[in-house]
Design a protein around this ligand. Structure first.
Ligand code: FES
Length: 139
């Protein structure tokens, strides 16, 4: 067996604990993707995601959440569950429908560090996929 010992740089590369600190305490990605009307998967923009994103951004500023970044995102590939957003670094997904939902995510999750369980998306929530195929419209 010819094992070589990692050098100092290789050892550092394999040590996640030496990652730099987070640039943003929380980073929120809100899908604002738009698809043509009638697309079988729908899209978040048609479900008011742009307005909700704008509201969230404005409210986060009013709340003084300078260490939280709220960005628009392209399709997050959970379209049927939209509007969708995901918050990192914890990777929690939500599907807010109203500005009241956004307020609850801001105060409970982003300010207090809790979770809004009634709005959370879980892996099993997604409809079955036909990977590599365009889904056919339901009849
Ligand atoms: S259009 Fe928003 S997740 Fe795909």
């Amino acid at each position: 067996m010819n094992e070589t010992k990692p050098n100092a740089r290789e050892s550092e590369n394999m040590a996640p604990e030496s990652d730099p600190p987070l640039f943003y305490r929380r980073h929120v990605f809100v899908c604002t993707n738009e698809r043509p009307a009638g697309h079988p998967r729908g899209c978040c923009k048609a479900r008011d995601s742009e307005r909700l994103r704008n509201y969230m951004k404005a409210r986060a500023k009013e709340l003084g959440l300078a260490d939280v970044r709220i960005n628009s995102a392209g399709c997050l590939d959970r379209c049927e569950l939209g509007p969708t957003m995901v918050i990192y670094p914890e990777g929690i997904w939500y599907s807010p429908k109203t500005t009241e939902d956004i307020d609850e995510i801001l105060t409970t999750h982003l300010v207090a560090g809790g979770r809004v369980r009634r709005l959370m998306l879980r892996p099993g929530d997604d409809p079955p996929r036909q990977y590599g195929k365009t889904p056919k419209p339901r009849t």
